[in-house]
Write a protein of this length. Structure first.
Length: 296
């Protein structure tokens, strides 16, 4: 099978603003997850091809088989500039306001079962309610839920930020060469506040590495038999509904490089995975990839 390696240098002009899936505030992944890196590349692709309507073709999105992030020394903080969700007009917030109205009707005893199901869906999609929430829970204690929803809408939540003390890199394993040029046009990674500039780095050669790998790319935990010093759950694909993220556990565990220093992490590949060394004009990078995507 083999793979085409697209290495992109990322210069962050702001911290990386991290949000959990489906929520407006709180702590999300420390580093941009694979799903975010894929989204950044697709946004650049749309920007490159001009102002046309519609999303990139599904086949193009699916041609990105893996995405990795190389982190320079970094640190994280909770932003002092807390934001209030009542200042935003996200669709999920408007649905939560509608859920509050339905709870008011529940107190009066006039809410229908269909309306209660809509309220449950809105609370779950907002990313702040229990995943096993049912209409009966709302009916049994509507006053309590009104208070909870009011807190969701009007409470200040801190945003969590990651500061990178150097240049970062995104590595994509792609099957469609059309995406390579888009690597030069990545302008944000994740939320619109996280601005970057990018440049495709020439990969002069790629070869399989025997034994352990030294890297600052995060890697799937399943890809190594070595112990991970930092582990976080991250999404690996675009477009997963919040409900499925939690119920089907679509977020996977990744081993992250440690913050503060540029120290490399050593990993021994697990069966079915191999180490790969990329020689580039930015230096030599190592990463762990599935055997099917090793250089041929």
């Amino acid at each position: 099978m083999g793979g085409n390696y697209l290495l992109v240098k990322l210069v962050f002009h702001s911290p990386y603003y991290s949000y959990p899936a489906g929520a407006e505030g709180g702590r999300g992944p420390t580093l941009p997850p694979p799903s975010t890196l894929i989204g950044a590349l697709m946004a650049a692709y749309l920007r490159l091809r001009g102002p046309r309507e519609g999303d990139p073709p599904t086949s193009l999105v699916n041609s990105v088989k893996y995405a990795y992030f190389w982190a320079p020394p970094y640190s994280t903080t909770a932003s002092l500039n807390t934001h209030f969700t009542w200042l935003t007009q996200r669709k999920s917030r408007l649905e939560l306001i509608e859920a509050m109205k339905i709870l008011g009707k529940t107190v009066e005893g006039t809410a229908t079962e269909e309306e209660l199901r809509k309220a449950v869906s809105a609370i779950k999609n907002y990313g702040r309610g229990p995943r096993d929430l049912q209409p009966e829970h709302l009916k049994s204690d509507p006053h309590s839920w009104i208070a909870k929803l009011r807190a969701m809408l009007f409470s200040p939540w801190p945003t969590y930020e990651t500061y990178f003390w150097g240049d970062a890199y995104a590595l994509y394993i792609i099957e469609d060469e059309e995406l390579k040029e888009a690597g030069n046009y990545i302008f944000r990674v994740g939320p619109k506040e996280t601005l970057v500039s990018s440049r495709v780095v020439e990969v002069r050669s790629a070869r399989e590495v025997k034994g352990s790998v030294a890297t600052r790319f995060y890697i799937p935990k399943e890809a190594t038999v070595s112990a991970c010093r930092r582990v976080e759950h991250m999404l690996t694909s675009l477009g997963d509904p919040v409900e499925l993220i939690y119920i089907e556990r679509r977020a996977k565990e990744f081993c992250l490089p440690t913050p503060y220093t540029g120290e490399l992490e050593d990993y021994d590949p697990a069966p079915g995975w191999v180490g790969v060394e990329l020689e580039t004009d930015e230096g030599v990078f190592q990463v762990v990839v599935p055997e099917g995507y090793a250089p041929r």
